[in-house]
Ligand binder design. Structure first.
Ligand SMILES: [Zn+2]
Length: 436
């Protein structure tokens, strides 16, 4: 038994000492003896009864207040619940509208990419059509060779490295542009390697990669078209003919419109799209100009009137007249070759004149458009009629010595807007088309 319970026992036994209650009735004294235990039990019962009475009274008195308080509590709980419900609904709405935004974003990105892709494809297709035309022309000119008939040593090496299947120079240039275009690509972009990218990031990365590829392709098209255009211009300029008169300024910047897509005004666009369309317009300008030049050069007489072995006998300018010995100007050049050798058109055009002319003998004149006319004289025979269309290297007659001539040769002239130009410079320029 512990000391504590012993102490409690002592306190209890002091309060509830054994008591006797005496009472007298009819002269007899009775007493009731009450032990400590009985007293304690009685006290407990009485205490419990008092507590019950107190509780019941409080309940009755404060009933209204209690009910009000309970109602208030339940209202608060209800409000809290509906607020939570509302929050959940809003969170759901947020998520679904975010989904919608992502979907919209995705759709827009796809439209952008495919628009750009279509534009690029059209440009590349146009460019390769031009390249093919130039290839054909260069091959045709190569057949005729230089002024004295010598063929180029390395064959049909067009200045324009346009032909597909020339990967070496193209790739190196391409990779240079690539390096310039993506300076940040080599840096490691995930530091820790964790945090897997989500769908949006993957999509954005793919779109960005595609954008870089498209920009590179665009830059490559622009660069090549510009280079070829400049080279063709140089070739044409070397003939002494005014180049700007040959080529109407390109229709330019109509490309985006002309390609069938919606017209996009780059000035009103922001960021990368604006940049893309500015580049696209520049590339389109270059391709337009190249196309115009390619169309023009087809009708510039860059070949020689004799594709057989020939001898250059008399140059352009002031010379001693072979018949009367006096100084006079010679507006063309003369080639000697065997009698009846085929004399051929030096570019495509329409026969303007095919008859005997005083001094020139049997003569053919071809109108090539753009102000160019070529003249072939002293022939023994004429093979075409006025109004007939001819292509490069079509036979127009046979070499002879008709008119004011001392021996079998062809007299060849180039007239630009009625004024003679030196044909030798044109033939040299034609060689550059496939040699440089
Ligand atoms: Zn002559």
């Amino acid at each position: 038994m512990s000391r504590r319970s012993g102490k409690l026992r002592r306190v209890l036994s002091r309060f509830f000492k054994e008591r006797q209650i005496y009472h007298r009735s009819d002269g007899v004294v009775h007493f009731i003896s009450m032990s400590s235990k009985t007293q304690i039990a009685l006290s407990v019962v009485i205490g419990a009864a008092l507590l019950w009475v107190a509780y019941s009274s409080v309940n009755v008195v404060f009933k209204e207040q209690i009910i009000v308080a309970k109602e208030r509590d339940s209202r608060i709980m209800e409000t809290t619940y509906s607020k939570r419900l509302h929050d959940a609904q809003r969170a759901y709405d947020d998520v679904s509208s975010l989904n919608q935004i992502i979907q919209q974003n995705f759709d827009e990105t796809m439209v952008d990419i495919s628009t750009r892709h279509q534009m690029l494809r059209n440009m590349v297709e146009r460019k390769s059509a031009i390249d093919q035309g130039l290839d054909t022309l260069a091959a045709g000119l190569a057949e005729a060779g230089g002024p004295n008939g010598q063929k180029p040593s390395n064959g049909n090496r067009v200045m324009v490295d346009i032909a597909p299947g020339e990967p070496t120079p193209r790739q190196s240039r391409f990779s240079t542009i690539r390096k310039a275009a993506e300076p940040a690509q080599d840096q490691p972009d995930d530091e820790e390697g964790n945090a897997a990218p989500n769908a949006i990031e993957i999509m954005e990365k793919a779109a960005a990669d595609l954008y870089v590829e498209q920009m590179l392709l665009l830059a490559a098209v622009e660069e090549k078209a510009n280079k070829e255009r400049d080279e063709l211009k140089m070739v044409l300029a070397s003939t002494g003919a005014p180049v700007d008169a040959l080529v109407t300024p390109a229709k330019i910047s109509n490309l985006v419109l002309a390609q069938g897509g919606p017209f996009i005004d780059a000035a009103n666009m922001s960021g990368e799209y604006s940049t893309f369309y500015q580049h696209a317009n520049r590339a389109a300008t270059a391709v337009d100009e190249l196309e115009a030049l390619q169309a023009a050069i087809k009708y510039v007489p860059l070949s020689s009137p004799l594709i057989v072995s020939r001898r250059f006998t008399s140059g352009y300018g002031v010379r001693r007249d072979p018949i009367n010995g006096r100084h006079s100007s010679h507006h063309g050049i003369d080639f000697a070759a065997p009698w009846a050798s085929p004399v051929t058109a030096t570019a495509a055009g329409v026969v303007k004149l095919a008859r005997t002319r005083a001094g020139f003998g049997r003569t053919v004149e071809i109108d090539h458009g753009n102000g160019f006319v070529t003249r072939y004289a002293h022939m023994s025979r004429i093979s075409v009629k006025a109004g007939q269309k001819v292509n490069l290297h079509d036979k127009v007659g046979e070499l002879g010595s008709s008119g004011r001539s001392t021996g079998p040769h062809v007299h060849y002239e180039i007239l630009f807007r009625g004024k003679p130009l030196n044909p030798r410079r044109f033939i040299e320029a034609g060689r550059y088309v496939f040699e440089s």
